[in-house]
Write a protein that binds this ligand. Structure first.
Ligand code: 5GP
Ligand code: ZN
Length: 119
């Protein structure tokens, strides 16, 4: 599996940089965003170093689906309110103009009572 020794999120995945992890399995790791934009704000990343969604291929189809399902499962567990009046937001920034700062594919999952600082 491809990893990049200089990548911040590869370092978090491997434990070389600490993070408040909330989930780990053989393919995915989830951890709290260091600068949360909402009462609930965590990131889901693949263990594999994929630079962005644009770099993902057919081979990653199941992995991308698992990221979505994990988001929906972890959001209420992390404090997002259930039902229509609650909910959560998923954001994947892609490339510099897409607002991506860390070049390792990640899904933002945000929720909790509004207003939020961003979005
Ligand atoms: P992007 O702008 O690339 O979509 O989002 C990167 C996110 O990573 C930002 O929301 C930022 O707060 C978060 N982040 C940056 N550095 C760290 C870190 O060292 N630890 C954690 N937990 N989050 C980080
Ligand atoms: Zn990486």
């Amino acid at each position: 599996m491809h990893t990049d020794p200089d990548c911040l999120f590869c370092k978090i995945v491997s434990g070389r940089i600490p993070a408040r992890k909330i989930h780990e399995d053989d393919e995915l790791v989830a951890f709290h965003d260091i600068n949360p934009a909402a009462p609930v704000h965590f990131l889901i990343v693949p263990r594999e170093h994929i630079e962005s969604l644009a770099e993902a291929s057919e081979h990653h189809q199941a992995l991308l689906g698992r990221m979505m399902l994990l988001a929906a499962r972890l959001a209420p567990a992390q404090g997002a309110n259930p039902g229509r009046e609650g909910g959560f937001r998923i954001v994947i920034n892609n490339g510099r103009e897409g607002g991506q700062e860390v070049l390792h594919l990640h899904m933002h999952v945000m929720g909790g009572p509004r207003p939020w600082r961003r979005g």
